[in-house]
Design a protein around this ligand. Structure first.
Ligand SMILES: *Cc1c(COP(=O)(O)O)cnc(C)c1O
Length: 360
């Protein structure tokens, strides 16, 4: 078996050990003679997976008590609407830090629901995260929304703002559990699973209990966070298999030594690639401003479109996948999520060196 060097942006690489474990368990989950997909979501076997997955997430996020983990559907994109629907009361504003395409989408969706405000923005044409000192939060803010990692731009917050009594909300779809952070700063974190947590199909929401005291009564049942809290994410049929896969990924993280160990490896992986860009004498160029570089998505370019095409062709020939930039920005991008092995990053750097020798 030859596994690809998978640098896809999402859905993305999953740990080989996780895929193998899922394969072993697919026809007979824990001796029940059926797969986890074939049994009731109200069975004790599934409930154990549901509860353990919540527990593992809280543990990896190092959260104090008072937080709940919810499993939803509709992707992070549905959270762009659910956040303001549940939290943005009239007379208040949803305040957003504009850092790129994903922040923009969250903001646009909030505009459909209520009053919005821009707390800070990246400079036009520069891929960076604004300095925390630039963030202005109005007194009547219902929350401040940040996008912890801009998957398309390749930029990531290196520290998060202190918002005092104003709830801090984050879209962490592309960097949740990639590094140790003070998660207790956040009142609500959401993430589509398909980048760093598992397959698509489930969206994880981690929310502080006291945030939802005043949610509007008119909201449809399935669009209300409190429905998921009250029913332990079992109000209706959850995406059982996706949650099971997230469970395996969270156990894999634990076996690797936890988030600290995962972060260390992520930094080694990305240092390797960023150093290769910086030491190429301008042959390769990192696109994100250095102080905002992401350890999950590395955006870079070559001097001409022609060379980029050749590079992608060469990469493809050598078993690399997913190195084209997002269609909105072009150029190149390597996504180095938790499940991407160090060896794949090393192979990429070798390929880059070889390509430069031939074409530089
Ligand atoms: C991929 C991504 C999304 C969209 O996620 P879906 O689950 O496809 O809706 C939102 N935000 C960020 C930061 C992403 O990387």
């Amino acid at each position: 078996m030859k596994r690809a060097y998978n640098f896809n942006a999402g859905p993305a690489a999953l740990p080989l050990e996780v895929l193998q474990r899922a394969q072993e368990e697919i026809v007979d989950f824990k001796g029940i003679g059926m797969s986890i997909m074939e049994i009731s979501h109200r069975s004790k076997e599934y409930e154990a997976v549901n509860d353990e997955t919540q527990q593992l997430l809280l543990e990896h996020l190092e959260l104090p008590s008072g937080y709940k983990v919810l499993f939803l559907q509709g992707g992070a994109s549905t959270q762009f609407a659910m956040v303001p629907m549940n939290l943005l009361a009239s007379g208040k504003v949803g305040s957003y830090v504009m850092t790129g395409s994903w922040a923009e989408k969250a903001y646009q969706e909030a505009q459909l629901i209520g009053e919005t405000h821009i707390a800070a923005s990246s400079q036009e044409g520069v891929l960076h995260i604004p300095a925390l000192s630039e963030i202005q939060i109005p007194e009547n803010a219902a929350y401040l929304h940040v996008t912890s990692n801009e998957t398309i731009a390749g930029t990531q917050y290196q520290a998060f703002p202190d918002t005092g009594s104003i709830p801090l909300v984050a879209d962490m779809s592309s960097d949740i559990l990639s590094r140790r952070i003070d998660s207790s700063k956040f009142s609500l974190i959401y993430a589509g699973a398909q980048k760093n947590l598992g397959p698509s199909g489930v969206t994880v929401v981690v929310v502080k209990d006291d945030l939802l005291k005043e949610t509007p009564k008119h909201l449809p049942t399935m669009l209300r966070y409190s429905t998921y809290i009250k029913n332990n994410s079992l109000y209706n049929t959850p995406p059982v298999y996706s949650i099971y896969m997230v469970n395996l990924v969270l156990k894999w993280i634990k076996e690797k030594g936890g988030i600290g160990a995962v972060e260390k490896l992520n930094r080694e992986k990305t240092d390797l690639i960023y150093n290769a860009l910086d030491n190429s004498g301008g042959f390769y160029e990192g696109m994100a401003q250095k102080d905002s570089r992401s350890i999950m998505n590395i955006t870079f370019k070559l001097q001409t479109e022609e060379l980029e095409k050749e590079f992608l062709a060469e990469a493809k020939k050598n078993g690399f996948v997913g190195l084209g930039g997002h269609r909105s920005v072009g150029h190149l991008r390597a996504s180095t999520y938790n499940a991407v092995p160090y060896e794949a990053c090393k192979a990429l750097v070798d390929l880059m060196g070889e390509f430069q020798r031939k074409n530089g």
